[in-house]
Design a binder for this molecule. Sequence first.
Ligand code: NAD
Length: 291
Amino acid sequence: MKIGFIGLGNMGGPMAANLVKAGHAVAGFDLAAPMPEGVAKAATAAEAAQGADVVITMLPNGAILRAVADQVIPAMAAGAVFCDCSTVDVESARAAAAQAQAAGLGALDAPVSGGVGGASAGTLTFMVGGDATAFDKVKPLFDVMGQKAVHCGQAGAGQAAKICNNMILGATMIATCEAFALADKLGLDRARMFDVVSTSSGYSWSMNAYCPAPGVGPQSPADNGYRPGFAAELMLKDLRLSQQAAEAVDADTPMGELAAALYARFVEDEDGKGKDFSAMLPRFEARHRKG
Ligand code: NAD
């Protein structure tokens, strides 16, 4: 296929490189990032989109997505698909999809999980919103860049799935970390705590697959000085998107709200920026209930 790829940063770069390796013709545009090998550098976003069967965007936020959609959609050929893989607010995802559909294009929101490692290895999971025809057309590309693509529903459903998943993840990571800190103060050995919880009803991905305690459970960023991994500021971004969405649809999400507030403090007022999101454990370890 002929593909336009806009936003070739930490995630988009390796995703575009995998499409090239699979034999697709990729034209790329980025304001700053270098082109991966085999990606033809376009002078503008619109130029990258011209004549493409599918245009993929991998951008920092919804405002930038909307600006890029304004440039790209008028340049796209009728019947082509605009596929945004960024993590953005549901409203921006729906606005970009509506704009693409009004121009006679297919549209998908297809945020990912799996991080930079998954982008490089081609093992991302895509959560996809949009119509089935567009999904079927882009599915072979999802299969190159990832190991799983779930069609979640209409426009915005992919972003909805992503932020709901990450709201659960943020809250369970905090709960797991504060439980370890409590266990420490109760004199409970961390390895025993892991042994019990990972096979009891307190288990979760945060405990079992990404244990925040160094030297306990499988290898995780905790064993690497809490270098990300999944950075605390990216968790904060996703938690804020979940709260923005909850506000928009009047959903009561007190745990998500508290998780967003805790990560905001950690990243903005404490020393969490640049650390893995599981570094909540040393944060709780150093704190006390009173003062
Ligand atoms: P990044 O900052 O490394 O890449 C974004 C790229 O977009 C940059 O290279 C930037 O120059 C480019 N860009 C910005 N404005 C542009 C414009 N107007 N036109 C063209 N290019 C423009 O970010 P990333 O880590 O690759 O993340 C991209 C998206 O994927 C984000 O929405 C992020 O939330 C999501 N995501 C990231 C991860 C992760 O672990 N990094 C995991 C899952 C999802």
